[in-house]
Ligand binder design. Structure first.
Ligand code: CP
Length: 310
């Protein structure tokens, strides 16, 4: 494969291979090895047309840990503000002999369009409400580390499902790896038609939480709402927010996840966000390993073995 565009494209075997590779990088990171020479001489450009804290920083750290030259392109200070097209922008960066583009864009499909117009490897860092594949990978890696498996787990995804690229990538991948997914959220933020996903739409928070092994909480994606009638922050917190009391409904060993950024007191109460069942910062740490795996596998297309990385 030249690109990593979405979990919808990948087979269960490919997802598992990415997770296994990321697990190897986790172990290297835990040994406090700050740099491996794997991508020495390669250039990774982070091309972000939308804000990011976790994804952009972790791709930059991942590239640097693999010894790649990592450059950040920021749309607001680029010549796109003077009318340069997306494809021209990419072609110009390709002409500088880049090896990987990591792209985030507000339009669903923009990252695929870029991938189709460049020979450089492209990683999707989030496109509109379509996909965020490395978030799904870091979610799966965190679940696998905590639960020892993915297959057969009961996973609840709660909040603004319709506008969440994280939910879409998670559900694609969880379906492929055999987890049972249920979703719940405000009616205006639950997709009317759930196909092609295999998941259960719940009609109450209790139904969503009952017997859940993993709970993934999502914020309202205000930036993608259009003209929807939104619940107020207080309503969202009351009906769709996770409190300690509601967490009791889930399995006693259930873990709580959130892709970030968290709106404390809205979808996740502070005492839940900071409790020992919340694995939010583990997700962030795993984000570096997952992005190292993605860059390693795509940026090193001339070959090489994962063992060589250590
Ligand atoms: N989870 C996630 O994509 O966070 P950022 O928007 O901060 O990158």
């Amino acid at each position: 494969r030249k690109d990593l565009l979405g979990m919808s494209d990948l087979s269960a075997e490919e997802i598992t291979y990415l997770l296994d590779t990321a697990q190897t990088f986790c172990e290297i990171n835990e040994r406090d090895v700050k740099k491996v020479p794997t991508l020495k001489g390669r250039t990774v450009i982070n091309v972000f047309f939308e804000p990011s804290t976790r994804t952009r920083t972790s791709f930059e750290i991942a590239g640097k840990r693999l010894s790649a030259d990592t450059i950040n392109f920021t749309a607001s200070s680029s010549s796109t503000t003077k009318g340069e097209t997306l494809i021209d922008t990419v072609k110009n960066m390709e002409a500088m002999h880049s090896d990987v583009f990591v792209v985030r864009h507000s339009y669903s499909g923009a990252v695929k369009l870029i991938a189709e117009n460049t020979d450089t490897a492209v990683v999707n860092a989030g496109d509109g409400l379509n996909e965020h594949p490395t978030q799904a990978l870091l979610d799966l890696l965190t679940i696998r580390q905590r639960k020892g498996k993915i297959k057969g787990l009961e996973i609840a995804i709660i909040g603004d499902i319709t506008h969440s690229r994280v939910a879409r990538s998670d559900i694609w991948a969880m379906n492929k790896l055999g987890a049972n997914v249920r979703v719940y959220g405000p009616l205006t933020m639950l997709p009317k038609y759930i196909a092609p996903f295999n998941c259960r739409k719940c009609t109450s928070m209790e139904e969503a939480l009952e017997g859940a092994d993993v709970i993934i909480m999502l914020r309202i994606q205000h930036e993608r709402q259009g003209k929807l009638l939104l619940p107020s922050t207080r309503e969202y917190a009351k009906f769709f927010g996770l409190t300690n009391e509601k967490l009791e409904i889930a399995d006693k060993d259930a873990i709580v996840m959130h892709p970030g950024p968290i709106n404390r007191g809205v979808e996740l109460m502070t005492n839940v966000a900071d409790c020992n069942r919340a694995v939010v910062l583990d997700q962030v740490s795993n984000g570096v390993a997952v992005r190292m795996a993605a860059l390693y596998l795509l940026g090193n297309r001339k070959g090489g073995k994962i063992e060589n990385a250590s």
